[in-house]
Design a protein. Structure first.
Ligand code: ADP
Length: 671
């Protein structure tokens, strides 16, 4: 039974069971003040109930704000009411809400109906109220059993209805402001935040969460859907614990943490983040760390290998140059070729570990591909993989960092190897290199399983891998793409499932010729203008080698095992050039050079340095500043004599014809 406060008259009149003059009026005002001060709907209901208790006897009531924003509402009281009583009360509310155009939420009763107490008392008192925005609501009260509300009681309830209207209006405004502030705050957060309502459905989310959910479960709007429907079953995840997982659709890494929102009953907050880049950076750092450890280890190994290799290569070349017997010559040529092969393996390992400094030189792809394929020769043989290599004749070099370009080739070839190992024979790897329009194009093709179309645009992104955990990092092709870009080039793929894959690397051609390769077995040549040479090296075999090789052609070779001994030799006699190791016990090559620079400055420009292993930053800086040529061990005798000839020639040009220094102190005539 709906009423209206206006039909009850302009003011409350004394009379009736619940109305008793000034005292009641005071109580009503107190109640109104108390209701007005409620901070949230729960407090509001509680205070409303208390006020009605004091002013009126009721068994159930509900205030329906009528703004359509509530899914369900608790009916206060009703504990002593049976199912039938509840049914009648709800039915009357329903009819009034229809008549007053109030959107009715689902009504929830506080407790199970008590048995045997279905009898209902007087009809309900239902009063509509309006807020300032014109939105209507209802206050519905069911008087207690046996209470018949008189006009005073009806006015009382009508007053409380108006009070409820005022409170709800204020709350709604406040709520809207709070929501706006909350949404603005959520938008500031770098992670995705999703708020779920009591039913577990998405009630609010920030932009980041919207994007992440679209990545994870498709573009349909998330609002109103449950997390299960979005493919994130929270029920199976521990509360308030960060869980990391991979997206099924995109292979990206995400973290999720959920918890109940404090002070909101059943509402839940979900924090979702895309941590792919972070994890990527971490893995990259680990990878870099690993590479640096490998690099350090390799530089030690290289040092130990390069010194004996220098002697093997040098002596075999020396013997070869002196050999007249055809069979011996053949055998020695083989020794030289094998020593050079061993040298290439060491160099390749160092380049792959990237312990060499970046550079921009003319790089012959022909040589580079040949060396990488040689590195894979054994695994290819084991896996029965046929390899074809077709470099175009007169292929121009490319300008770049040899080590970085080698890394590209290693990645492409090892990916092809992986693909071929898992498919039927015949297994073929075909590498071609051609020139067109000022660019060099390298094609690496295999007839392995190929790449599904859906993966084609993702394989160059970091951390995309289809290989088992531990077998792939997903970094190889990303690194290739970056190196290609660094060199002003591009890398593409063509592939179809079942038909293999072809990677195409395009690099700008370089017009400067690549450095000449020393052919195995080339005999050492005489060094013009080199009459007296000082060799400083702590390796006995190496000193002996240079002594034998160079004195053959008339150069007098004096040797010293360290810098201090070398200084003594220099003080005792003049030299046309100095060949010095850099790393030596006692006075090292750099300190030795510094001493010479101070005492005989002209001689400081006639040094050729030998580096036995990977150069560290100090050594690189030293070599750059002093400008002296350097040769990494092991080198061919031809390379050494070529370099010495240049140094001797520069000596002639720079100092005139005078190469001899006055007895005992070359520094005095230095210019
Ligand atoms: P990883 O080798 O560590 O997986 P890459 O970036 O080198 O990382 O390769 C990414 C993915 O590209 C591989 O996991 C594989 O699925 C695919 N791929 C690369 N090369 C080939 C190839 N030759 N044949 C088939 N798939 C390939």
């Amino acid at each position: 039974m709906a009423g209206d406060a206006s039909e009850l008259g302009p003011s409350l009149q004394p009379g009736g069971s619940a109305w008793d003059g000034a005292e009641e009026l005071t109580r009503l005002m107190e109640s109104c003040r108390s209701i007005a001060g409620a901070a949230n709907p729960d407090a509001f209901n509680q205070r409303m109930g208390l006020a009605m208790e004091q002013l009126f006897t009721w068994s159930a009531f509900v205030v329906i704000p009528g703004d359509g924003g509530m899914e369900s509402l608790d009916v206060q009281g009703g504990r002593r009411l049976g199912a039938q009583g509840r049914h009648f009360f709800a039915e009357e509310i329903r009819q009034s809400s229809r008549a007053e155009s109030v959107t009715l939420p689902h009504l929830r009763w506080q407790a199970e109906p008590a048995t045997g107490a279905d009898a209902r008392g007087a009809p309900s008192l239902i009063f509509p109220f309006t807020g300032r925005g014109g939105r209507r609501g209802l206050l519905a009260v069911l008087p207690a059993d046996g209470v018949v509300p008189d006009a005073g009681a009806r006015r009382l309830v009508a007053s409380l209805a108006q009070q409820a209207g005022v409170w709800w209006e204020r709350w709604r405004h406040g709520e809207e402001d709070r929501r706006t502030a909350r949404d603005a705050l959520l938008e500031q957060l770098p992670c995705g935040v999703i708020l779920l309502d009591e039913g577990g459905r998405v009630a609010a989310l920030n932009g980041v969460a919207g994007r992440l959910l679209a990545q994870l479960s498709g573009p349909e709007p998330a609002a109103g859907r449950s997390m299960e429907q979005l493919g994130l079953p929270l029920g199976s995840l521990p509360r308030n614990t960060e869980v990391e997982f991979s997206g099924c659709r995109d292979q990206r890494r995400y973290t999720l943490r959920w918890d109940a929102l404090p002070g909101t009953g059943e509402s839940i907050s979900v924090v979702l983040s895309d941590v792919t880049a972070e994890r990527g950076a971490r893995e990259q750092a680990m990878q870099a760390e690993k590479m640096s450890v490998i690099g350090e280890m390799l530089s030690g190994v290289a040092h130990e290998l390069n010194n004996p290799l220098a002697s093997v290569l040098g002596f075999s070349q020396l013997l070869l140059s002196q050999c007249t017997d055809e069979r011996q010559h053949e055998r020695l040529s083989l020794v030289v070729a094998e020593a050079q092969r061993a040298r290439r393996v060491v160099t390749n390992l160092l380049d792959v570990a990237r312990v060499r400094p970046p550079e921009r030189v003319a790089v012959s792809l022909d040589e580079l591909v040949t060396s990488i394929l040689a590195l894979f020769a054994y695994p290819f043989r084991v896996d029965d993989i046929e390899v074809e290599w077709h470099p175009a004749p007169n292929l121009p070099p490319v300008s770049g960092d040899r080590a970085r370009l080698q890394q590209v080739m290693v990645n492409l070839v090892s990916n092809a190897h992986h693909a071929l190992r898992h498919c039927d024979k015949p297994r073929r790897l075909i590498v071609r290199a051609d020139e067109a329009a000022g660019r060099v194009r390298l094609q690496v093709s295999d007839n392995g399983g190929g790449i599904p179309e859906s993966h084609l645009d993702r394989i160059f992104t970091p951390f995309f891998t289809t290989k088992a955990v531990g077998a792939g990092t997903g970094l190889g092709l990303a690194i290739c793409a970056r190196i290609a870009e660094e060199h002003g080039g591009t890398i593409h793929v063509r592939s179809q499932v079942g038909e293999g894959a072809t990677f195409l690397l395009d690099l700008p051609a370089c017009r400067i010729p690549a450095p000449r390769q020393v052919k195995p077995g080339a005999p050492p040549v005489e060094v013009a203008g080199l009459r007296r040479l000082l060799v400083v090296d702590d390796e006995d075999a190496f000193r002996q080698l240079l002594q034998e090789a160079l004195s053959e052609h008339g150069t007098e070779v004096v040797t010293a095992a360290d810098g201090a001994a070398a200084l003594e030799e220099m003080a005792a006699g003049s030299f046309d050039a100095v060949v010095s190791d850099l790393r030596m016990p006692g006075m090292n090559g750099m300190e030795f050079h510094e001493q010479v620079k101070q005492r005989w400055p002209a001689m400081a420009r006639r040094f050729v340095f030998i580096t036995g292993d990977v150069m560290d930053a100090d050594v690189r800086a030293f070599l750059e500043s002093c400008g002296a040529p350097h040769l990494p061990k092991p080198f061919g005798l031809q390379e050494l004599t070529d370099t010495l000839a240049r140094v001797a020639l520069a000596g002639h040009e720079g100092t005139g014809a005078v190469l001899d220094f006055p007895e005992g102190n070359p520094g005095e005539t230095a210019t």
